[in-house]
Write a protein that binds this ligand. Sequence first.
Ligand code: SAM
Length: 452
Amino acid sequence: MQRIQKNQKFTVDIIDTNNLGHGVCKIDNFAVFVKNGVEGDRCNIKIIKLLKNYALAVCEELVNPSPYRITPVCPYKRCGGCVFQHVSFEYENLLKKRYIESSLKKAGITDVTVSDTLYADNKDTAYRNKAQYPLSLDKDGNIKAGFYAQHTHDVIPCDSCAIAPSVFSDIVKTLTDFFTKEHFSVYNEETRKGLLRHIYLRIAEMTGEIMVCIVINGDEIPHKNELVSLITTQFPNVRTVCLNVNKKETNVVLSDKNIVIYGDGYIEDVLCGKHFRISPLSFYQVNRSCAELLYNTAKKLLSKDYKKVLDLYCGVGTVGICVASDSEKLIGVEIVPEAIEDAKKNALLNSLDNCEFYCADASDIAKLAPKCDSIIVDPPRKGITKAVIEFIADASPKKVVYISCDPDTLIRDIAIFAEYGYKTDKITPVNMFPRTSHVESVVCLTQSCKST
Ligand SMILES: C[S@@+](CC[C@H](N)C(=O)[O-])C[C@H]1O[C@@H](n2cnc3c(N)ncnc32)[C@H](O)[C@@H]1O
């Protein structure tokens, strides 16, 4: 009989750490997840929630700390962004590998191994090239930027974020001081009134160029020229300033309407020696060094003798241009029109005349029907649809390189690909998002005998 009750206290040994950064222990064979617990800890815990199959607990006292523990560089405890600030980077990389292994096991896949997680050296801090800061008022009426507390829309004021570059904090401080001085109003989710919603920043690490985008519930911003002058004088690397007009009652930060108020509306970065232009709405991997690792791994996995390459979910064309610019034909397909405009410009920027980019839903690819001998897919978290897998199987490429930011949907799709005769024996994790629960992976699916 289960004897655990809410508010009960225990001394436990933590035997594992899960992908949410919680320690795992067993009490009378009943699973208990301990917030901020780490494998190897001996600690005194208190049960805070009891569910049918497991309980949640907090660690009240560390009796013996785990050897994997480190002192977090980030002082903020309530922001939901990072879950692995309190463990060593090496251990985090191991956990991400173990997470994929256990997901494979749960899916009943026994013939796929997981390699050691790839990571960029010295890049567990200040690696993000993009950040979005919600705005709020403090009790004195000053405008503050921060991050949402986990599972809420309460903004925790945050002067600096350990995984974003320090120049972002400086820009945010300059902007919020200016907004306060000029008595700007802040958007209120309940009343749907107020102008300022988010500050959205991007930096191109190799060129240093910065994009500043202010998300507003309106069509205009007061003191526009003064604002541009302040920001570009204090931060000469700011190449463009935009307004994103978002009047919708939504959690989605950006709408599709941008107004450029300074510069050309984009910044330029260099990846694997190729140049890329990036607009506010275009996807670009948040960790440049890891993106290079990922794309170099994808290049090694791709058939050497590719001629016609399809880059599905191509964003601004980065993967295709980095790994297969020497193909006879490179075809990219992507749903965001701005990203496709960027991709076309990126082909020109890199003097490539073998590229075609189409704005389309990947699920309609069969109608577009560019048959190719090699295919790269890099979908969003939800993975790819059966229609896309059927199209790929029908095109019959020797190899499909699948890049994924969600191991669970990747594993689901690997199982479907197997039904069509495409198999892999290895998943390579890449720690694109250090300190957070997320992990990128890449696999090569090779055509074997069709089972149907
Ligand atoms: C993970 S990103 C990869 C982008 C690019 N390959 C890169 O590495 O920069 C996924 C991309 O798929 C696009 N996308 C999302 N749903 C799509 C769909 N149904 N059809 C085509 N593209 C889609 C997104 O806009 C985004 O650019």
